[in-house]
Write a protein that binds this ligand. Structure first.
Ligand SMILES: Cc1cc2nc3c(=O)[nH]c(=O)nc-3n(C[C@H](O)[C@H](O)[C@H](O)COP(=O)(O)O)c2cc1C
Ligand code: SF4
Length: 536
């Protein structure tokens, strides 16, 4: 009987040697005359155990990891293809607590199936959402997505169904679906894992969006730094065309949806939706004024739905299982699950999909096991480079839109970067301004000039120059960035800066009283550092 052995092709596993391990296992099987089918699956997201090799047995898929080429001979000697004992044996993959405790809805198939096998996708429930959507009226599809409570997972958290309705209601003969796969936030990789581990679910989600709003053409805007995702997506799109699940007559419905990939050139601002549209149209990524909203006047001036990869990849399960099933997960107005990405100085980094409302502590300590260095966790940054830094004392914060906002943070794309007690938070604050200066598209003055001045003022504070005026200047500057920037690159840069100042004043040579002008929720109070030009 042919044994199936699963070795991830996901770039995180490949970077840890998965290709070499696959070659070693293939050669060793041939040398021993064993019949073996090697499946290159996506990653389950448990990076501390990658490359994680799984073997299909009657008792389920048995996992071993992390496997190196040096372990391969001993795995065969131990009869791992029958799931037998070995020092790297982790047990039945689905029963590993790190995976079992999660609620994998969007990521249900990631790490399980062969990403470029349409048959495998169908065998694991693929296209059930699209099939149901094709039986429904477009307005009912939109109502179902609205009712599910799904909000954009790209960062802004805007209700997906409302965005779709705006595009559906806009009169036009041509409409577009654009998938934002720029994934620029630090410590994030959930989009990449979907595209490398279950690309058909993204194609399915985009197809559902297309029939709901009346679009016939879609683009995936993919960052060029994702060559593996590019390869997998390209292959999946070609297969979908050849099997009639893209192009004219979508799944035999008579509807048309064409899909192509556009590669970005690597600018953070090209993840901002209007700069992305400029880039797709062949121009430099500069932010556009809003209104008009892209849903009304977007790509090539036509109504365009722009959604993040995870948002779109979540739509199929909502259509398949129904809005109520999805909205039963979550907390408050943050419904459903969130694929959280744990990175930085973490002992067990990786992807954790779980119900919204899980606390930072549960992710950083229970799943993550604290820091990789073994030192104390001092800070975490949530929501990418524009997110707030939270001190260890605030790890009780639940990960949902409202709780994060109440504490001055953002959920962003669900990335968490962990820092131990050697971090210098004054340097991190300075870096936030530098990042803004480097990535600024240059269209508006607060961001283009303010970020450069901001880095200088932080230097002044650290070096005790012009104190306390430098504190007044940083306060004014943050207000100007927040209220005067055209987009959220400039608008959110104050968050990492003010949170670093508020929660870690000692790293700037300051006392807690010096930063009293910053409230706990990171708004700036009017009674602050003696400023005469106050914005309350
Ligand atoms: C500076 C900046 C960078 C952004 N980068 C991304 C990104 O890489 N991926 C993404 O999906 N959204 C990004 N966004 C958010 C998008 O503008 C937009 O809100 C999102 O793609 C909409 O999809 P959603 O509603 O499904 O989240 C960024 C926004 C800003 C201001
Ligand atoms: S805030 Fe920065 S990135 Fe955004 S439009 Fe202004 S200059 Fe461009």
């Amino acid at each position: 009987m042919t044994v199936s052995v699963f070795i991830p092709r996901d770039s995180s596993a490949v970077s840890l040697g998965a290709d070499t391990v696959a070659n070693s296992i293939r050669s060793e099987a041939a040398r021993r005359g064993l019949d073996m089918k090697i499946v290159r699956n996506g990653s389950r997201g448990m990076f501390s155990h990658e490359p994680m090799v799984e073997v299909a047995t009657g008792a389920g898929r048995i996992a071993y990891g992390p496997v190196t080429p040096a372990d391969v001979a001993s795995l065969f000697d131990s009869d791992f293809i029958a799931g037998r004992e070995h020092r790297l044996r982790l047990g039945i993959a689905d029963e590993i607590p790190w995976l079992k405790l999660q609620t994998r809805l969007t990521f249900a198939r990631v790490g399980v199936i062969d990403p470029v096998s349409l048959d495998d996708f169908l065998l694991h429930g693929g296209y059930r959402g699209l099939e149901r959507a094709l039986e429904m009226r477009p307005e009912d599809v939109i109502a179902e997505v609205t009712k599910s409570g799904l909000r954009g997972r790209g960062g802004a958290g805007f209700p997906t169904g409302i965005k779709w309705k705006t595009a559906a209601d806009a009169p036009a003969t041509q409409k577009y679906i654009v998938c934002n796969a720029d994934e620029g936030d630090s410590g994030t990789f959930s989009d990449r894992m979907i595209m490398e581990g279950d690309p058909f679910v993204l194609i399915e989600g985009m197809s559902i969006a297309a029939i709901a709003v009346g679009a016939t053409h879609g683009y995936i805007y993919l960052r060029s730094e994702y060559p593996h995702a590019h390869r997998t997506l390209t292959e999946a799109i070609a297969i979908a065309y050849s099997k009639g699940s893209l192009g004219t007559n979508l799944l035999g419905s008579g509807k048309t949806f064409d899909l192509e990939i556009r590669l970005g050139a690597g600018a953070y601002i090209c993840g901002e939706e209007t700069a992305m549209l400029e880039s797709i149209e062949g121009r430099r990524g500069m932010v556009r004024f809003k209104p008009p909203l892209p849903a009304i006047e977007g790509l090539f001036g036509k109504p365009t739905v722009i959604n993040n990869v995870v948002s779109l990849a979540t739509v199929p399960i909502i259509l398949e299982r129904g809005a109520n099933f999805y909205r039963d997960f979550g907390a408050g107005n943050s419904r459903g699950t969130l694929p959280i990405q744990l990175a930085g100085n973490s002992k067990r980094p990786g992807l954790v999909e779980t119900s919204m409302g899980v606390t930072l502590h549960e992710i950083v300590h229970d799943y993550g096991g604290g820091t990789a260095s073994g030192k104390a966790v001092r800070a975490v940054q949530v929501g990418g480079p524009l997110g707030a830094y939270f001190p260890a004392s605030m790890l009780d914060t639940p990960l949902d839109y409202e709780s994060m906002a109440a504490r001055g943070g953002i959920l962003g794309h669900g990335g968490i970067v962990v820092f131990d007690d050697t971090v210098d938070m004054a340097r991190m604050a300075r870096y936030a301004m530098e990042f803004c200066a480097i990535e600024s598209c240059g269209k508006c003055t607060p961001c283009r000039i303010g970020s450069i001045r901001g880095a200088e003022v932080i230097d002044d504070i650290i070096n005790r120059r012009r104190m306390p005026e430098s504190l007044e200047i940083i306060r004014d500057l943050c207000d100007t960035l927040k209220f005067g920037s055209l987009c959220l690159l400039g608008g959110l840069t104050p968050l990492p800066v003010l949170s670093a100042l508020k929660f870690f004043p000692e790293d700037f040579g300051l006392k807690p009283a010096d930063v009293d002008f910053i409230a706990q929720d990171l708004t700036i109070s009017a009674s602050g550092a003696g400023n005469t030009n106050e914005i309350a």
